[in-house]
Design a protein around this ligand. Structure first.
Ligand code: MIG
Length: 796
């Protein structure tokens, strides 16, 4: 193996070989950055970004490429804290207040250790590269050591087991109509994973937008590798040891969702497609008639004039503004789809403008990149160019400001093309990449994210201080700063209920909490039982929308018989009653980065029983559920994490760290609440802010011990929350053998419409009791207390 060479031509003509960095010849250490020169042309840069986040870059040509990333949040602040460099004969070691990074002098391999010198992550073959004659790029590769017990998580929307060990993956955003278990690559590109061994978790974020690959001990049992077909070996090591902390640090690096308007956490109904206007109105009316709470209705591609973005089919929708206003009056927000393909039509102003201003993608030879999608032959905006994003943002003025659309759904943005084998653009399409001109090979995986970003900016700019909802099908790491996601064209099968569950959890731990599936399945028609089980799962998914192609029949909540309609309604009602819980969990995500959905391994990483559990998950801090995957299921085994758990339906308490069997009825499903939790419930509404809420119910689940719960409130829309116009309540629960006390701390001066809480005590020792609020005795029958209370004590 060749490890020493000095000239570029040597790599060029020996393209079948793998190249490795040479031995260290010199180094500099400045501003918490270590730069190592090796005996050959390779360089290594180690940057301490925070005490837990270390960035590693290797250059293969003697210089680093321009440092630019779409993933990293511009708000991210580097703060290395206390850090020092130690040197001995064989290595250099960077020591932060949380982690050590040791670099071998002989081969520039890096090892990450915790402060007790436990090896968290080390290299096997380490960094190496191959020269790719076909493209002139280097294929940059990293091979890490795998521990016998090591397990892996993350990587976005992969439809497979939670634990990725033993599998290989590719990131290349693809339109995967009717994908199945194991289909890969899929729509999203999130090159971020977690490793866990010996109870210690860490994260690796390989920030490279070329086609990337990940292998978790599939080719070789001792090796986990990741590589890219171009670009740099540029990755972030994120220390734990808790997986939840790794997640938060990844969120610090790549950002979190804005607070959504509360309505966008409500139930949403979609179909390909509702038209004409009469049909849209009738769906809305049925929702209200059947009393199925609902906040949004969607228009798929058929609302447009010949699929031309930013136009309306005037026959189907003669007066869009009137329709949207009337729907809003009745509590429905309207969301419309917008695709990236702009129809080649010289009479169409968006097309004309795009051509005149040079906003459409071109190929290397200067001709426009065209491709067939819904409108026929199209050109495609270069969303990686700031000027184009601004233009695109302003195209929303009509839809948002003038018509009153509240949300935009971006589809087909992998980008997807019809009738070509690659299902996407050729490699030689050129992109601006924010001033770092490159080919489609590098820009493909960020295209959808940059489209969503331009959409986000437009909806925000023209949305009259309202929080808009953006939904995207494709995206890259960090997409959560702009958009929510849905999981694409799934199928009405029981296996897809399982996939929807796993994907939603996996997206959450990959930075994208605002996720959900097409409830009921996009392709096909679910059995009535499946439809109900699916919504019973999806009321715990932040993004909660029914969508279908309806080729095989209707998929509205009332399309499955009266009995199922009632069950569906009950599930959605539960979602609406629990909106303050979901909203609070979202605020926690927004501010701390913690995922809203949490696989059990993120709760109890020391319990090896949960390392391979796919389906049970926590929604927020205190609610556990799972999905049901068979027709007419009578019971299901559910693994509960450590602690005590209340069955929501029966009030029965089970000890965790083991499996329990849950009996199922058509209207009940696994739904557990952590003992000690305080869960807020709104009164039932048919849509968000339908009524002026005068009282919030707090269900208090008794236990011996302490627990913390939160409740967040703001105006449910608008951006004043960013300036602190919020009410963020922390409730401390403390249960002893004689009494239960709840104290609260409140942050922010926002006052909700309600002034009191109604306390429901669950699982309380059954003896007569004395209740005092802020020292005053009150009736123990109806515990109603002001939201400003400081201390509630119940003695028995
Ligand atoms: O080629 O807009 O995933 O949700 O309904 C299909 C029509 C295009 C794919 C999306 C789906 C949407 C459909 N779209």
């Amino acid at each position: 193996m060749l490890t020493h060479f000095n000239y570029l031509h040597e790599i060029k003509y020996m393209n079948t070989l793998e190249y490795f960095p040479g031995e260290l010849v010199s180094h500099t250490w400045e501003d918490s950055t270590l730069l190592c020169r090796s005996a050959n042309i390779a360089l290594l840069k180690v940057e301490v970004l925070t005490s837990e986040i270390i960035r590693i870059r290797y250059a293969t040509r003697g210089y680093f490429q321009n440092d630019f990333s779409y993933a990293i949040d511009e708000k991210f602040e580097r703060n290395a804290g206390e850090v020092c460099l130690e040197e001995n004969d064989s290595s250099l070691t960077i020591i932060t207040s949380a982690v050590k990074c040791r670099i071998n002098k002989s081969d520039l391999k890096c090892t990450f250790l915790d402060l007790d010198d436990y090896v968290v992550n080390k290299e096997e073959k380490g960094f190496h590269w191959e020269y790719d004659n076909a493209t002139g790029n280097d294929i940059v590769q990293m091979t890490k050591h795998v521990y016998p017990s090591e397990v892996y998580y993350g990587l976005g929307d992969k439809p497979t087991d939670m634990n990725l060990r033993g599998r290989k993956f590719e990131n290349w955003g693809s339109d995967c109509y009717g994908y199945e278990w194991g289909t890969d690559p899929l729509y999203k590109n999130i090159p971020f994973y977690y490793g866990l061994h010996g109870g210690i978790g860490y994260g690796i974020f390989f920030d490279n937008s070329f086609r990337t690959y990940f292998d978790f001990a599939s080719e070789r049992d001792v090796a986990a590798s990741y590589w890219a077909h171009g670009g740099e070996m540029n990755y972030y090591f994120i220390a734990g040891p808790e997986l939840m902390e790794v997640n938060k640090r990844f969120a610090r690096l790549t950002g979190t969702h804005d607070m959504p308007a509360m309505w966008s956490l409500g139930f949403q109904q979609c179909k390909w497609s509702y038209y004409p206007e009469k049909e849209v109105r009738s769906i809305a009316k049925s929702m209200r008639d059947y009393k199925i709470p609902c906040d949004a209705i969607y228009l798929d591609i058929d609302y447009m004039d010949g699929f031309r973005c930013f136009t309306w089919d005037n026959e189907r929708f003669p007066d869009p503004k009137k329709m949207v206003d009337d729907l809003r009056e009745d509590g429905f927000q309207t969301v419309v789809i917008i695709d990236p393909g702009i129809k080649i039509d010289h009479e169409y102003t968006v097309f004309q403008e795009g051509v005149e201003k040079g906003y459409f993608l071109k190929r290397l030879d200067g001709t426009h990149a065209d491709g067939k999608v819904w409108p026929g032959e199209c050109y495609f905006p270069d969303f990686t160019k700031p000027e184009v994003r601004e233009w695109w943002a302003d195209l929303y003025k009509g839809l948002i400001d003038e018509v009153g659309i509240a949300g935009v759904w971006n589809d087909m943005n992998e980008p997807a093309l019809f009738e070509v084998e690659s299902k996407t653009m050729p490699d030689d399409v050129l992109f601006d990449y924010d001033g770092n001109t490159c080919s489609h090979r590098k820009a493909h995986n960020v295209y959808g994210m940059q489209m969503a970003r331009a959409t986000y900016e437009g909806v925000k700019k023209h949305g009259d201080n309202k929080r808009g909802l953006i939904i995207t099908r494709s995206g890259y790491a960090g997409l959560q700063r702009y958009s929510s996601i849905w999981t694409g064209d799934n199928i009405s099968t029981w296996q897809h209920v399982s996939i929807a569950n796993i994907q939603s959890q996996r997206m959450a731990i990959s930075g994208v909490s605002f996720s959900g599936s097409d409830i009921g399945g996009f392709i096909g028609k679910p059995t009535p039982d499946m439809m109900v089980r699916w919504i019973q799962l999806a009321i715990f998914h932040p993004f909660c929308r029914v969508h279908s192609s309806q080729d095989d029949g209707d998929q509205e909540p009332w399309s499955f018989g009266e009995e199922k309609r009632e069950l569906f309604r009950e599930a959605v009602e539960l979602r609406y009653r629990m909106l303050p819980y979901h909203y609070t969990a979202f605020y926690r995500h927004h501010t701390t980065g913690e995922p809203i959905l949490r696989p059990l391994v993120f709760i109890d990483q020391h319990d090896t029983n949960v390392h391979d559990r796919n389906h049970e998950f926590l929604c927020g801090d205190h609610v556990l559920t799972t999905s049901i995957h068979e027709e007419d299921a009578k019971n299901i085994d559910v693994y509960l994490p450590s602690g005590e758990w209340y069955d929501y339906w029966t009030g029965k308490v089970s000890r965790g760290s083991r499996e329990v069997t849950v009996e199922l009825t058509p209207s009940t499903f696994p739904f557990f609440i952590k003992a000690g939790a305080i869960i807020p419930f709104y009164p039932l509404q048919q849509y968000v802010d339908e009524i002026v809420i005068e009282e919030v119910e707090l269900k208090v689940y008794y236990t011996l011990g302490k627990e913390t719960s939160y409740l967040y409130e703001d105006a449910h829309n608008g951006y004043e929350y960013e300036d602190g116009d919020i009410r963020y309540t922390t409730m401390h629960y403390n249960g002893t053998a004689e009494q239960l006390s709840i104290t609260q701390e409140v942050e922010g001066a926002f006052m909700p419409t309600y002034k009191q809480y109604r306390i429901k005590l669950i699982g309380m020792p059954d003896t007569s009791r004395v209740v005092t609020v802020d020292g005053k005795e009150i009736s123990s029958e109806d515990v109603i207390i002001p939201i400003t209370f400081i201390e509630l004590i119940i003695k028995w």
